[in-house]
Design a protein around this ligand. Structure first.
Ligand code: PLP
Length: 440
């Protein structure tokens, strides 16, 4: 009997004993393809020698020095890699230990920015329904995942309100063009600014591609520029959460590059360190930093393990491997193959309503009937069934159940490592297809 608080208190999960390349090995010695990198984390796969070497070398030199007095070489190098070339005007990086912590830092920095520039009346955030920004209370307040929020609703901050995500599969009206749908969403955001009082809004927050809550939902072309225009009109910031969808997962290092906007603050995690160490962070636009330096000159926030030397060393190695081995080319090529294979396998499947994603970040949405898009009964726990059927077939994937607001069906995400080969992509889709059929 385990003394560990597992995600489920009813069953002990299998043990993952070791990992190599795209494979995890469980206690029976069986090889399991890590077809989703956990939750889109293991972008380099497992056991990469360069990353392991970098971690060991950092440990030999320095494991920890408190940031109240010191910076360290690996954190400086990582910041340099991330923003030294000022992508989109982002000039500074803050590193923490997770995506939730990154969201907390983004929320607090955005608030502090307006305090410092003399706009203390800005106290509100507008985020989106059916989104996820993390499980700590600030990040959970920002998120719109009804199921995750429900038990903690009385503890969540009223500083956050929510508008609709860009979810064309379900929310675009009959006969509505892409442009009309995007314009309607921009109007909805504008109306929310007006309801709150435009001068009270700090920022609009969104996942650039919606991850676990909806399953790889990309925005329509023009959506992010339209939302940014609303923010600009009212002097509010744009905060983009790329914890799951960024760091190359969608084929560009930053997914906003594909959307035609630059965020004021970007949140990164998962693919930053590829799971070799717990690390997240925020990348901050120069104008926000200027606001902070013009005021108290300090970010009134911090954690004991921020910019941790070993975590930063791991992330430096991960990012160097991605750049030097030109892995984003592989993400694009294998992403196209994954899309093609998924379309062949599920394009006419009577229980697959939508196949969507970008790069090596793809999901299928499961529905009871395709025409009506009706969702399966959540009591069926389809997500658990898909997960275990896949595991039995030697595949780890990332299925999610329908939300309690019934606004979407179950979905399952595939997010293979950036090193995946064509044969491995085919194998992943074959096993995934069998698992879905067996689960339904
Ligand atoms: N933001 C997004 C978009 C995520 O997908 C996640 C995790 O899945 C988080 C934030 C929270 O990250 P973490 O679990 O590392 O705290």
């Amino acid at each position: 009997m385990s003394h560990l608080v597992h995600r489920s208190l009813h069953a002990d999960p299998p043990l993952a004993l070791r990992g190599e390349g795209i494979y995890l090995y469980d206690q029976s010695g069986r090889a399991i393809i890590d077809g989703s990198g956990g939750a889109a984390v293991a972008c380099l796969g497992h056991g990469h020698p360069r990353v392991i070497e970098a971690i060991k070398a950092q440990l030999d030199k320095l494991a920890y020095a408190h940031t109240a007095l010191f910076s360290c070489e690996s954190a400086e190098e990582l910041a340099d890699i991330m923003v030294g070339h000022r992508p989109g005007g982002l000039t500074h990086a803050y590193f923490c230990s997770s995506g939730s912590e990154g969201n907390e830092a983004a929320i607090k920095m955005a608030r502090q920015y307006f305090l410092e520039i003399g706009q203390p009346e800005r106290t509100r955030f507008i985020a989106r329904r059916q989104s996820y920004h993390g499980n700590t209370l600030g990040a959970l307040s920002a998120g719109g995942n009804a199921m995750r929020r429900a038990p903690y609703q009385p503890l969540l901050s009223p500083a956050f309100s929510h508008v609709s995500p860009c979810y064309a599969y379900r929310d675009r009206a009959e006969g509505e063009s892409d442009e009309q749908y995007v314009a309607r969403l921009a109007d909805e955001l504008e109306a929310e600014f007006q309801r709150l009082g435009p001068d009270t809004v700090i920022a609009f927050m969104a996942e650039t591609v919606v991850g676990a809550t909806l399953g790889c939902v990309t925005a329509l072309p023009g959506y992010f520029p339209a939302m940014k225009a609303v923010c600009d009109r009212h002097g509010a910031l744009l905060i983009l959460d790329e914890v799951m969808s960024g760091m190359g997962r969608c084929g560009a290092l930053h997914t906003w590059e594909q959307e035609g906007v630059t965020p004021d603050i970007q949140i990164v995690a998962k693919g930053l360190g590829g799971g070799y160490q717990p690390i997240g962070g925020i990348l901050v636009h120069g104008r926000v930093i200027e606001g902070l330096t013009g005021g108290t000159g300090a970010f009134m926030h911090g954690h004991t393990y921020q910019a941790h030397p070993v975590a930063c060393a791991a992330a430096v190695a991960v990012q160097k491997v991605i750049a030097e081995e030109r892995l984003l080319d592989n993400v694009q090529a294998m992403g196209a193959r994954l899309e093609q294979r998924l379309t062949e396998r599920f394009g006419n499947h009577r229980h697959v309503g939508d196949i969507r994603g970008r790069g090596l970040f793809w999901a299928i949405e499961l529905v009871e009937d395709r025409a009506g898009k009706s969702v399966f009964d959540p009591a069926l726990k389809l997500n658990e069934r898909v997960k275990m059927q896949a595991y039995e077939r030697g595949l780890a994937c990332y299925p999610m159940g329908g939300t309690i607001d019934g606004r979407r069906g179950d979905h399952a995400i595939l997010a293979p490592p950036y090193i995946a080969t064509a044969a491995q992509i085919d194998e992943i889709v074959d096993r995934f297809g069998e698992a879905v059929d067996a689960a339904l």
